[in-house]
Design a protein around this ligand. Structure first.
Ligand code: UDP
Length: 323
């Protein structure tokens, strides 16, 4: 299949591009390199540097490459920043993304697969979370993702553009060559590893009084290659809708810190701090629908293996990508 990957220079985008290339697909990466890295673009892929705010840039890229499918990773992802700069999130994650949807519809793309998020659920009442759980986001980031899911539903109904929204839980891990290098870094596992490497003085645990067995928040960490597999299955599928992607297992912040200590063999200071506003106590996916409808078969169900893959990549790229 010819597949255009918008945001293919970012973390999940670069890992998915690698996964698709390994399976013989032809890839064009479209990325503005605002947060992504040129070095993360797989050399086997065609590369177009462009920003989704520019309709003619994305429309020309799709017109020239003629992809059957498009995957959309090119979005801003920081919850905390979205609470300070909501306009930045709605402009890029909704308005600019609409240029991509329009360009797909105008150029005969069959399917678009969209990186959505568990943040669309806000504070869920029922955990593990099914897709039928009400979507009531509690920050502009989650709202922007939900808004674009709705845009895609209308493009499907009116223009016949097939779509799959994949609601990721906590993406983690790395491939041998592609991994997570965000600036600034806000995610737990890379931050704990920076503490292990001595690149930060300590790791802060945000809240120890949650209603969980050890008092710290529980999340569902899913390996980035299992996410990649779901994107290919979604492209091959002819239906439209949203799917949760997680392992169905929850890990507390404290247990992640212990896992990083044991995988790296390194010790570092841990500080118990205040809650971070807007953090639900438990987010765990029920991914039954992705398994039964898409045929998704996640390969990594062991948090040690997930953390080990991230650690291997960091040792290969101690300073992250160079550009
Ligand atoms: N977290 C933490 N310390 C940090 C960063 C994150 O305790 O320095 C916690 C955070 O409060 C949440 C969990 O780790 O409960 C996962 O956070 P992350 O930002 O990685 O992902 P999120 O679940 O917010 O998407």
């Amino acid at each position: 299949m010819k597949i255009l990957v918008a945001g293919g220079a970012g973390y999940i985008g670069s890992c998915t591009t690698e996964y698709l290339l390994e399976r013989g697909h032809e890839i064009c990466v479209f990325d503005a390199l605002l947060n992504g890295h040129r070095q993360a673009v797989d050399p086997r892929a065609k590369f177009v540097k462009g920003n989704l705010e520019d309709y003619s840039a994305i429309s020309n890229a799709i017109h020239d490459f003629q992809p059957e499918g498009v995957i959309h990773f090119a979005a801003f992802i920081e919850v905390g920043e979205s609470m300070k700069l909501p306009g930045k999130y709605f402009r890029n994650n909704v308005a600019n993304a609409m240029n991509l949807a329009e360009a797909c519809a105008q150029n005969g793309v069959r399917k678009i697969v969209f990186s959505s998020t568990a943040a669309t659920y806000g504070m869920p009442k029922n955990v593990p979370i099914k897709e039928t759980e009400p979507t009531i986001p509690i920050n502009p980031y989650g709202e922007s993702k939900l808004m674009f899911e709705k845009v895609l539903r209308w493009y499907h109904d009116i223009h016949g553009l097939q779509y799959t929204a994949l609601r990721y839980f906590n993406a983690a891990g790395a491939t041998p060559v592609h991994g997570e290098d965000h600036h600034p870094e806000t995610h737990l596992i890379p931050l704990v590893m920076q503490a292990a490497e001595g690149k930060r003085p300590k790791i802060s645990v945000f809240g120890t009084d949650y209603d969980t067995p050890d008092g710290t928040c529980i999340r569902d960490y899913i390996h980035v290659l299992d996410l990649a597999q779901a994107h290919l299955l979604a492209l091959e599928n002819q239906d439209s809708g949203a799917f949760n992607l997680g392992t169905g297992q929850g890990h507390s912040v404290k247990s992640i810190i212990d896992t990083v200590k044991s995988v790296t063999g390194l010790d570092f200071p841990v500080e118990y701090a205040e809650r971070r506003p807007g953090d639900p106590a438990r987010l765990i996916a029920d991914s039954t629908a992705a398994k039964t409808v898409l045929g998704w078969k996640p390969q990594y169900d062991d948090i040690n293996a997930i953390v080990e893959s991230a650690w291997k990549w960091r040792r290969l790229y101690p300073n992250g990508y160079e550009d």
